[in-house]
Design a protein around this ligand. Sequence first.
Ligand SMILES: Nc1ncnc2c1ncn2[C@@H]1O[C@H](COP(=O)(O)OP(=O)(O)O)[C@@H](O)[C@H]1O
Ligand SMILES: [Mg+2]
Length: 409
Amino acid sequence: MENPFRPSFGAVPIALAGRSFALDAFEHALEDHPGSEQRSTLISGARGTGKTVLLTEMEMIAQDQGWEVLRLHTAAASLGEELRELVLERLREVDPDAEGTRLTGAGIASIGSVRTETVDRYSGGPSTATALARLAELAGASGGGLLLSVDEVQSVDLDQLAGVTQLYQDLVRTGRPVAFIGAGIRSGIEALLAQGKTTFLRRAHRVELGAVDVGTAAEAIRLTIAGTDRSIGPEAAVVAGEISCGYPYLIQYVGAQAWENSQGAAEIALEDVRRTRDSAIRQMHMNVHGPALRGIAAGKLAYLEAMLEDEGPSSTAEIGRRLGRDHGYQSVYRRRLIEDDLIQPAGRGYVEFSLPYLRESLLLRRQEHPAPDAAPDVTVRRTRSGARQSAPSAAARTATSRTDRKKAR
Ligand SMILES: Nc1ncnc2c1ncn2[C@@H]1O[C@H](COP(=O)(O)OP(=O)(O)O)[C@@H](O)[C@H]1O
Ligand SMILES: [Mg+2]
């Protein structure tokens, strides 16, 4: 039997932990609440908290209700161009009547024609705004609407995204049945909202994703296994939930590893689960914390390392003292690290790591990148080959030419 867990980014899991409120609210908003703020939703959260999965699930709900869904890919060189292509392509499929013919300037027979050719044919066609309005109306006529979605907002060119959201805003203003979902890490969403032209999005419904509670994680793991020919006992499921810390990516990873460890046994045992902890830490280090810490500013790293001394939450005043810096400095880095989703407030005057196993990852990182010596080495000395150059000998010549050969390679 195949492993039922899906520990890869963007992969929709079999059991979704703790997202029912957000999904129900969205479904409700699509049903019959044209003015509902939930029709514009911004999803934020750190890597691996399930943004893409939630976005995908919302798109499926919309599709089931007869909505047209256009998902923009952030990799596209021009978001505006991509939107135009997508909407025209979709119109060709759903609008094969006279109106469609006029729009496309070609008969239905051309539907199968080469795409670039068809796109060219549109270059003089309707504006993107007109095409979007037409698609929204067509979908609206059968009780649906038009959903635009953008994932990884933090990697999109903000001006281009603002262009897209303005088109969306016009559709809202003219009463078209439309919805918009943007998903990204918190700093990306904040940057989008700070952009002058997207102020209307500040009223959008915000969904902030994080860990689910450990019991919910355990239940998601149990339910995933319940759909197979294997089982997991209640205690093992609880421990798996604990090791996952409720972090969505780890729910899948711990589940998958425990499944592997059980080597085909009918029941996944407690020991199979316990053994996943070390590899979960390494996995987080490689796939989540490693990338986030790579190239991190020295000031931020120093702040995080100053937190390592504490078992639990760290006092910000104490961090300031450890860093030998004043309150202003401390609070600037506190804010930056919160924006990066690396730490979070933990009661007044305290912060804690926001993702599981970041502490362990920082310790692993220290082993990989030992701190440079406290006193920088300011000496300069002549190299051996340099010394030989100033006093040539037969042996030195051979050595030099060997070095040269190496250099030439
Ligand atoms: N609510 C959830 N319950 C269980 N697993 C989830 C949930 N959301 C996401 N996952 C799993 O977490 C991992 C990361 O999800 P993804 O949506 O790619 O995160 P993000 O886009 O925030 O980086 C995937 O393996 C996915 O299957
Ligand atoms: Mg994602």
